[in-house]
Design a protein around this ligand. Sequence first.
Ligand code: 8DG
Ligand code: MN
Ligand code: MN
Length: 425
Amino acid sequence: EKPGLELAVVSVPSYACQRHTPLLHHNTILTDALSILAENAELSENEGRGVAFRRAAALLKSLPQEVRGAEQLRGLPCLGEHSLRVIKEVLEDGVSHEVETTMHSEQFKAMKALTGIFGVGAKTADRWFREGIHNPSNLQRSGHTLNRAQRIGLKYYDELNLPVTKPEAVAIGQIVERAVHAVLPGAEITLIGGFRRGKQTGHDVDFLITHPDEGREEGLMPKVVSWLEAQGFLLYQKTTGNSYLESKEGPARPASNMDRFERCFSIFRLSTDNEGREIQTGDGPQTYSPTLTNTDPHTHSDTHPHSKTDSHPLPQTLVVVGDHAQKVSRVLGHSQCSGPRSWRAVRVDLVVSPYSQFAFALLGWTGSKLFERELRRWAVHEKAMTLSSHALYDRKRMQYLRASSEEEIFAHLGLEYIPPCDRNA
Ligand code: 8DG
Ligand code: MN
Ligand code: MN
């Protein structure tokens, strides 16, 4: 067979934001190996090394065909010595010794398990690891004082580590939409993050909220959160941003904080009741059947006695069938809470942006993380511009460049437009 030397001939640009990187690609075996090393570097707080492995993996994801031999990689950018060595090993032996050793090391497994707890970062996990804490059960028994996020992270550990599916994301979106429209009619809600890039699952669901009348969005988040809380949709929330700063420091905030969006890290309580309706997961058509339910002992009616007379509808029920439903019910059945239940915990991120910054926020929050990093690196090094989720600044002309769409931002940056589905670097 002819492996084809075309890869070496085709010139591949070196910034990930210059390339189309689809979700499904031809070099998964190689990129999986590099991702383990990237993850390990990140967990060891070696960011530079992590980025190097991520860049190498992203390059392979953008190639139009499977790499069969190292000679095909000649002339390609982004492949450092270390990454090349790993790629060659995998191509020749099927596995990389370093990747295998890393994957099975106690430290890597423990760090992954501990940072898998919501509210636990690499620093904390490393400290615990060195105290002999290797997993959530060790932590539970250690008697360590945990903050609110970590307590809830531990309580819902299994289900928060269960992927969120597209139908679940859509169901959450419907709830967010009801909440936002209840407190600010005319506001616009956009699904961002991995789901906007076409992923079928995610570790959370991300939404961007704005309103066409600039200024109407101010202070929106606390109202949305109150509505969600009153309806019993939230298990946890932490809101930061303008209102938070205002309440702490008064309205005269320093200019440096002016450009911080209101945002909310939350954990939703999503019903998964099966009452004969169905949602198909997988490739089939997706139909959603909102049903009213008030039979679950965990519903908000316990804690919010007024909810029955409330004019708002009760929490919507998501019905999921198939593989994922089985996985969910297995996890819920084994949860540390009181037996099997008809809802699951889902991580949700909400961001509010002023309308004039919407395109920048959309671009900045769609990801992938590496794609974002590469966009900013391109802007600085190739265009002498500064890109953030709020604005684009041209340092030579000393002015901000306006944009009302992602297309305009790519144009300002002198880049071909890359659609969200091709930003999976
Ligand atoms: P996943 O949830 O499916 O695992 O993947 P994801 O959706 O791509 O990852 P994410 O962790 O939810 O992040 C989504 C995007 O949001 C990503 O491009 C990075 C961006 N993002 C944060 N935090 C912040 C932040 O504080 N500021 C800005 N500007 N962007 C952020 O996650
Ligand atoms: Mn996400
Ligand atoms: Mn997120």
